[in-house]
Design a protein around this ligand. Structure first.
Ligand code: ATP
Ligand code: MG
Length: 337
């Protein structure tokens, strides 16, 4: 597939209303990229000022809906606290409901509406990166972006609603039954499939923020990756890595990336190993409430993982032996940092 080099100006958001019309027939195979050539983020600069060209034109074929702020206010009951789902670095997330009264053809469904916090650390750059990547990538293990809103300085994203929230909430929630072993393995496998899809795409994508809070769970615990605000196009041609400003989350980011700024798909694989360790141990990658020796999960686990006689100590005691010894061994092997 040739990479369509398009200029920044051609992808700047417009605030037009309506659905982005597909150019051709939508593809049935969801595991393939969209029905148009995926374009790269790599060479773009990010002007903070609004320009008038049309993002929706560039995203033709993606089936994204463009919503107004008024519409999103309406469907979230004015972003009421009763609809509040959670808050991350981008801003608050609220539950809403959409159907074909809002737009003809729109499937009746619950959605999660993410609102950029205008005082926060993230901004237009992360919003646009998310829109561009998720508009072009579709897979059963990636959260589906339904649409977006860009009105004056406001930036919002509308996703399919994931009833079980994030893996972080499910795994580390204090007062709840612990996730069974089989569910943990289903989540690990689903997340791995999402990551493999990104890495094996014709034009690979490095996700860069693989962590428990970015793995969302459907009602049957199907895992879907969310948050593409830090995603990067992979190296091209003979290049082995992409050089970037170091970004990501402490406790999950690969040490070689943090030290050199050289980003590869292996940086995501490292973070996958950390999440797998979290699933096996029930411990957070970074937990300031623990004793200094145990705060960093990888540092605590490494000597234990290297000593076969001590391996049993690492497992989450709440699992109470729900796994076979051989499965435990394979998982520990995979999570080796
Ligand atoms: N599509 C969704 N369906 C249901 N809940 C969601 C959805 N997206 C986000 N949430 C909820 O909103 C919370 C905040 O999500 P968000 O991705 O903004 O932040 P985060 O992942 O916790 O932190 P970070 O900014 O570091 O990524 C999540 O913990 C999750 O519970
Ligand atoms: Mg997140």
């Amino acid at each position: 597939m040739t990479v369509m080099k398009i200029t920044w100006r051609s992808i700047i958001p417009s605030c037009s209303k309506g659905v982005v019309k597909p150019e051709g027939k939508p593809k049935k195979d969801v595991s393939k990229q969209g029905s148009f050539t995926r374009f790269a983020m790599l060479d773009f600069s990010y002007p903070s000022s609004m320009l008038s060209e049309d993002l929706s034109t560039s995203l033709a074929g993606s089936n994204l809906y463009v919503f107004t702020l008024g519409e999103l206010r309406l469907i979230t009951n004015s972003f009421s606290s009763a609809n509040f789902l959670g808050q991350g670095g981008f801003g608050p997330v609220h539950k809403g409901f959409i159907d074909d009264k809002l737009r003809p053809g729109l499937k009746a469904q619950s959605v999660a509406v993410k609102l950029l916090d205008l005082e926060g650390l993230q901004g237009h750059r992360e919003w646009l990166t998310e829109v561009i990547f998720l508009a072009q990538l579709r897979h059963p293990h990636l959260v589906k972006l339904i649409g977006y809103c860009c009105e004056e300085e406001h930036r919002l994203l509308v996703y399919e609603y994931m009833p079980r929230g994030s893996l972080e909430n499910q795994l580390f929630r204090r007062y709840s039954v612990s996730l069974p072993w089989a569910t943990r393995m289903k989540i690990a496998l689903g997340a791995a499939k999402g990551l493999a899809y990104l890495h094996e795409a014709e034009k690979p994508v490095i996700y860069r923020d693989f962590k428990a809070s970015n793995i969302l769970l459907d009602s049957d615990y199907t895992a879907k990756l969310s948050d593409f605000g830090l995603a990067k196009d992979g190296p091209e041609g003979d290049d082995t890595h992409v050089s970037t400003r170091v970004m990501g989350t402490e406790g999950y980011a690969a040490p070689e990336y943090v030290m050199t700024g050289h980003l590869t798909v292996m940086s995501d694989v490292y973070s996958f190993g950390v999440v797998l360790l979290e699933l096996l141990t029930g411990r957070r990658s970074l937990d300031k409430k623990r004793s200094p020796r145990e705060q960093n999960l990888v540092e605590w686990a490494r000597p234990i993982l290297n000593d076969a006689r001590k391996l049993g100590r690492i497992m989450d005691p709440r699992l109470e032996g729900q796994y076979s010894e051989s499965t435990k061994g394979s998982c520990i092997g995979l999570s080796m940092p």
